[in-house]
Design a protein around this ligand. Structure first.
Ligand SMILES: Nc1ncnc2c1ncn2[C@@H]1O[C@H](COP(=O)(O)OP(=O)(O)OP(=O)(O)O)[C@@H](O)[C@H]1O
Ligand SMILES: [Mg+2]
Length: 246
């Protein structure tokens, strides 16, 4: 055995060990989240029942007690949403991909957000390439990634703005661009935004972007971002087109 083989072998072994430990931890975290779900829904159900009983009491303490029960309910709902997002993030592994069109996927997502965009005065401009080749995708999962991105853009723009959505062919693939003219992001946010639980929003789980990236990567694709404070944010998603589909 030569000297230069050993370090490589050691590197491969240690990265394999780290991967295995990571997988074990992810599995444990997933099981823990799952185990918390049931007691939490019992707490939620009982606080609802307690509120109903409190509402019937004839006591000066009634309103104060009801307010406290309400806080418990809101926090329960927040934890349930967090667990749902976390389990979605942790469970995503191998997915079965079949041929499909990226235009259809983004179209369905935009339709789902149409009413909210109208209400928020957000104008959605679509420039979808009609000749876009198919890619290999898992419809529900990919749509949930796109929903996270569209939701973020709408939340960022708040009351009014423009969201430009473009699809086009690239060399060897297809791309989807989402450009909003919201407040943009400071570099400190851009650096952390793909980390699980990083959020600048009150009540945000910070799992939207990490989940979206994991899903896009499970499709063999990638996601990049450019953002400028005060000007807006541009996400670009790139997916490969297998030769037999092009
Ligand atoms: N289009 C955007 N414009 C401005 N900031 C954004 C945009 N998209 C993401 N961000 C920033 O990235 C952070 C992380 O986003 P991510 O979707 O992971 O979590 P979140 O939106 O805060 O919470 P959740 O998705 O669980 O509701 C956001 O809190 C926000 O600061
Ligand atoms: Mg989000």
């Amino acid at each position: 055995m030569t000297d230069d083989v050993l370090p490589h072998k050691r590197d491969a072994e240690s990265s394999e060990t780290i991967r295995r430990q990571y997988d074990e931890l992810a599995e444990l975290a997933g099981s823990l989240a799952h185990e918390i779900k049931n007691p939490l829904s019992v707490i939620h159900m009982n606080i609802d029942l307690l509120s109903e009983e409190l509402a019937e009491l004839d006591s000066p303490m009634r309103q104060r007690a009801l307010n406290k029960a309400d806080i418990v309910r809101q926090q329960c709902e927040r934890m349930q949403a967090l667990l749902r997002d976390f389990l979605r993030f942790a469970r995503l592994r191998e997915i079965d991909l079949t041929p499909g069109n990226l235009n259809d996927q983004i179209d369905r997502v935009l339709r789902a957000y149409e009413a909210q965009a109208d209400q928020d005065n957000v104008d959605i401009k679509r420039y979808l390439d009609a000749d876009l080749p198919s890619i290999m995708l898992h419809s529900d999962t990919l749509q949930s990634a796109l929903m996270n991105l569209v939701k973020n853009a709408l939340e960022a723009m708040g009351r009014g703005g423009q969201l430009v959505v473009r699809t086009y062919s690239t060399r060897g693939g297809v791309a989807l661009e989402l450009i909003d003219d919201g407040p943009g992001m400071e570099d400190s946010t851009v650096i952390h935004m793909f980390e699980p639980f990083y959020s600048t929003k009150t009540g945000g789980s910070g799992l939207g972007l990490p989940t979206a990236r994991k899903i896009i990567e499970a499709h063999g694709g990638g996601i990049t971002v450019q953002s400028e404070p005060g000007r807006g944010t541009r996400f670009v998603l790139a997916f490969p087109v297998p030769r037999r589909l092009s």
